[in-house]
Design a protein around this ligand. Structure first.
Ligand code: NIG
Ligand code: FE
Length: 426
């Protein structure tokens, strides 16, 4: 990185910086008020953003060094922070298109899971996969994320459900973070499902998560967050609380898959624990939403999952209006949302959750960065932040949502290096 010439992005028809919110996620009307610079320009050096402004301002500031820089012409294009996906289960093996076919014929997600498919099917495949296979399959998905403009993703474990297999999944995530241009931030999710071998005694599995898995994951520093699937038939709010409190004792910050299939107290639990986020929230109660706003819990909304499960989306509009900070994510996983297209999720945020094009951009950059504890490093274009930038071949951010169903990514810059050029991996 040190020896690379500076990169100079020039003449963007719109540069949306999202600057000024590194301390806390955007909420309410602030999510709508984007700073948009026309004829925008960004100077990147040593993997870091040095300056952003109009082309004239940047040219003036660097007037003695303009010849050194490698220029990227962004005329007619939209420049944004590299997109951040704060909720994925992308480290897995196998595929479940046959379940998709069953669901299209009327089977429900929970029926499939309770009859041994769903998360159990992917758990079997992931347990059986060796590290190289798991790495290769997940690395291909990260390539696809990058091609869709995403420069950082969160990754959850939870397809191992034994100490050994959970560690394998998290170690592969750590290796991906090291070797792949996309940054990977890990979350332990041993409480993703009660594995079949504990079917008759789920409490014993909860104890195993608390006494064996959480301490070992924390000791090996393999995750920063701890997540549970709090849903009837999976983990109760009481079990979820115990698991998340155990994580907190080991320094793992809580997140919750909450109120996805029915209202079950997950959003209320997130607020009372001061969780980083509550995710899904299709069926969140009004009281839960109010409590999340008061506690500053981020709502991670996953409209692709609702779309793919033929369900009604979470009410993003209502949450933003209530003052809840909102982030958006693919939920990339083989069962309920096998996509890597965060731009498609943005489209769905507009079309199915009543969010505006400005709000979905805030929700997939700075707010998503805060959700994974990276609000000071990424998620906006301002001096000192990582040089992670996406250039879309559309003239403005409204067009990015309007021209839906097409991958508009033109270039991606990661740590100051061009990693996608004209829509292809560089
Ligand atoms: O977030 N809800 C639980 N976990 C995932 C789905 C996992 C799977 O079906 O494999 C989700 O939707
Ligand atoms: Fe999920």
């Amino acid at each position: 990185m040190k020896n690379q010439p500076p990169l100079w992005i020039r003449h963007a028809s719109q540069l949306v910086t999202l600057a000024g919110s590194s301390a806390a996620p955007l909420r309410g009307e602030a999510m709508e008020q984007l700073q948009v610079i026309e004829d925008g320009s960004v100077w990147l050096e040593h993997g870091v953003i040095q300056l952003a402004g109009t082309d004239e301002e940047v040219a003036e500031a660097y007037r003695d060094r303009l010849d050194e820089a490698q220029a990227i012409d962004a005329s007619g294009k939209l420049v944004t922070p590299g997109l951040v996906d704060p909720h994925t289960h992308h480290v897995y093996a196998g595929s479940r298109e046959h379940e998709f076919n069953l669901r299209l014929q009327g089977a429900t997600y929970m029926e499939i899971m309770n009859s041994g498919g769903g998360i159990h099917a992917t758990t079997s495949a992931t347990r059986a996969a060796d590290r190289d296979t798991l790495f290769a399959e997940s690395s291909r998905r990260l390539d696809q994320f990058l091609l869709h403009g995403v420069t950082t993703v969160e990754a959850k474990s939870g397809y191992g459900l034994t100490l050994e297999a959970e560690l394998k999944q998290l170690e592969v995530a750590a290796l991906l973070n090291e070797r792949h241009p996309v940054d990977v931030v890990s979350t332990f999710m041993g409480a993703h499902a009660v594995p079949r071998e504990y079917k008759e005694d789920p409490e014993r599995f909860v104890d195993c998560v608390i006494t064996e898995m959480v301490p070992e994951v924390a000791r090996r520093k393999l995750a920063e967050f701890n997540d549970v699937f709090c849903e009837r038939g999976v983990f109760t709010p009481e079990q979820s609380r115990r698991i998340l409190e155990a994580g907190l004792e080991w320094g793992l910050l809580p997140k919750i898959h909450a109120d996805e299939i029915e209202p079950y107290g997950g959003s209320e639990l997130a607020a009372s624990l001061g969780a980083v986020s509550a995710d899904h929230l299709l069926k969140a109660s009004d009281q839960g939403i109010r409590m999340m706003a008061e506690a500053g819990v981020i709502a991670v909304l996953l409209p692709g999952t609702a779309f793919f499960l033929l369900a009604e989306s979470a009410n993003g509009r209502k949450m933003i209006d209530a003052g809840v900070p909102v982030a958006l994510s693919t939920d990339c996983n083989p069962g309920s949302s096998p996509t890597v297209s965060l731009p498609l999720i943005m489209n769905l945020g507009c079309l199915r959750m009543g969010m505006t094009p400005a709000e979905v951009l805030a929700a997939t950059t700075i707010n998503a960065a805060h959700e994974i504890g990276r609000g000071k490093q990424i998620g906006s274009i301002e001096p000192g932040k990582k040089a992670d930038i996406t250039i879309f071949d559309v003239p403005n951010y409204l067009a990015l949502q309007y021209r839906y169903g097409v991958n508009h990514v033109h270039s991606v810059i990661k740590n100051g290096a061009v990693v996608v050029r004209e829509g292809r991996l560089a």
